[in-house]
Design a protein around this ligand. Structure first.
Ligand code: NAD
Length: 291
């Protein structure tokens, strides 16, 4: 099927980036969130990030303007009903995602493909609670979406081939590269990445190293572009904890036990960059380690 209009649920870090890349690729985008404030913030961020691309010469000013005109916003979820493809990018909580699909599906066109940007939750289980498990799959973008090349495509047990092909074609049109993962907890990228981040937090928790020594060690010793704690703040500590819980519950192996210090930061509401505090404090000019 041909996809021209895309509905995005959730205008947070991921939702605004997804809207950005789809609009630049010529799709019409309808972006939904719970508050006008979130939608306004998302539009402002899209503008800021596109200005950066224009300044670098990777996008022309006229393409930027045309892309921004293709993005509309709404507080009414059912306004996404007439789109060809829906990407759910709301908070990483199964109950939240399930409620969104329950509210939205009665309003969808029969042919609309429904996808989730979840980092870890079972696609098969999410799909089974909709009216279209065969037209449901995982569409997992990486953060920051305009910069990261990979999109993980995840087939649920019922996903049909035309749906998979349509999503794979969309990734091509976005100029990105897809990798296919089977539907097991946290898929490929986070199955490997998140235990490393969790281990870095254990390393801090057990006093093996400070925030600075852990991040410096991995940057200079393993050639990682960001240290694991810096990366955790970037991803969002609530999202990191949610993914570790999915790995722990889904694979029933103690090696995935979330570090108690990660839980503590989330309990404090120190969720990383998005709340200006996590393993670093971002309220000043330069980030300062919080431990
Ligand atoms: P975020 O906290 O930045 O944004 C989530 C947004 O969803 C918020 O704006 C919130 O208001 C909105 N929301 C919550 N409930 C909603 C509802 N019922 N209807 C509409 N909007 C709702 O989170 P994020 O980092 O953008 O993560 C979103 C999804 O993307 C999660 O499933 C996460 O696992 C996944 N993901 C995150 C990353 C990452 O690095 N942060 C990477 C890949 C995938």
């Amino acid at each position: 099927m041909s996809i021209q209009t895309v509905g995005i649920v959730g205008a947070g870090q991921m939702g605004n980036g997804i809207a950005h890349v789809f609009a630049l690729a010529g799709y019409d985008v309808v972006l939904n969130d719970l508050s006008q404030d979130s939608l306004n913030k998302a539009l402002a961020l899209i503008d800021k990030n596109m200005v950066r691309q224009v300044d670098r010469g990777s996008v022309s000013a006229s393409d930027k303007d045309a892309a921004q005109k293709r993005i509309s916003t709404t507080l009414t979820l059912t306004d996404l009903g007439q789109t060809d493809l829906v990407i759910e990018a709301a908070t990483e909580k199964e109950a939240v995602k399930q409620a969104i699909f329950e509210d939205l599906t009665p309003h969808l066109k029969p042919e609309t493909i429904l996808t989730s940007n979840t980092s870890s939750i079972s696609i098969t289980r999410l799909a089974s609670r909709t009216d279209r498990p065969e037209k449901f799959m995982g569409f997992h973008f990486m953060n920051p979406v305009p910069i990261m090349q990979l999109v993980e495509l995840i087939r649920g047990i019922a996903t049909d081939e035309p749906t998979f092909k349509a999503c794979s074609d969309v990734v091509d049109r976005l100029g990105k590269t897809s990798a296919t993962s089977e539907d097991f907890p946290a898929f490929i990228v986070n199955r490997i990445l998140m235990p490393m981040i969790n281990e870095a937090i254990y390393t801090l928790y057990e006093g093996v190293g400070s925030v600075t020594s852990i991040d410096t060690s991995l940057k200079l010793g393993a050639n990682h572009p960001m240290g694991p704690l810096e990366l955790a703040d970037f991803i969002g500590l609530d999202t990191c904890l949610a993914i570790m819980n999915v790995l722990h519950d889904g694979l029933a192996d103690t090696k995935y036990r979330p570090c108690p210090l990660l839980t503590k930061y989330v309990e404090a509401g120190w969720l990383g960059r998005k709340t200006k505090r996590g393993f670093y404090d971002y309220r000043g000019e330069t980030p300062v380690p919080t431990r």
